[in-house]
Ligand binder design. Sequence first.
Ligand code: NAP
Length: 276
Amino acid sequence: MINNETKLIGLIGHPVAHSKSPQMHNTMFDNLDLNYKYFAFDVQQNQLEQAIEGVKALNISGLNVTIPHKVNVMTYLDEISDEARAIGAVNTIVNLDGKLIGYNTDGQGYVRSLIEETGINIEGKKIIILGAGGAARAISYTLSKQLIAELIIANRNLEKAKQLQHILEQNVSTNVISYDEIKSYIEEVDIVVNTTSIGMHPRIDQSPINKERINSNHLISDIIYNPLETKLIKDAIQQGAQVHTGLGMFIYQAVIAFEKWTGVSPNPKVMRQSVL
Ligand code: NAP
């Protein structure tokens, strides 16, 4: 039911028509009997500033931010969390009495999903992260704040990987390698995280790692969720490795955003079900 007390949450991005976020959050608001509604707003790049002014003027309670606004939106906010600043992008905004505060829940969402869905204790683990783009920045920054042993970044563009290393090296021991070098390191790592788009629809027959290099001591994590099970994940299952699939990160980044807007913890299983 919508009434004068209903609080509004929005998603801004371009395009947003296919986003699952409205369905996921509205299901949870109803499920918990919270008087909130979530709408998707298609905002063009040149209208971002007006959109953010509108959030204040209309007293919208919070936002999710998606492509292409995650970086540019930072210019228009009153406060940005240390984590979002280090990652260089905002995906969640809270309107606190007219003050807009930006957060990034992707990295925390990933780590919470990894731990809760696999039961792994990541303390002391050696982790190789494939890719150095936006998702890799968020995930590796949050991982670097945990008590992991080492983070190895493998990327096609080595300069980009070194820029990421520069942000992380004050928190954790890091190393940058090329794709050719993966074979020399993969045996000794515990967790492999794919943050590249290799294997994403429509090129679902591709994988960033040769199947033979995966063994049963590995935990193979792929953040791609289209398809829900990538070739990398299928290969890992066949090799006897533990696996972690990409939908979890999407669900848990939403769980954390939901907590920030409402102060209430939603049930990740209900959110997952609403998306599936
Ligand atoms: P991005 O910023 O564009 O970064 C893409 C990364 O993939 C870069 O490191 C790029 O390497 C690498 N890459 C792309 N094609 C490659 C190829 N053919 N060979 C080697 N490396 C390649 O993208 P992003 O936002 O980080 O997203 C990356 C993936 O994560 C996408 O598939 C996206 O759907 C998924 N994702 C999932 C979630 C979730 O909630 N589960 C959230 C965000 C993103 P270079 O730097 O060398 O170009």
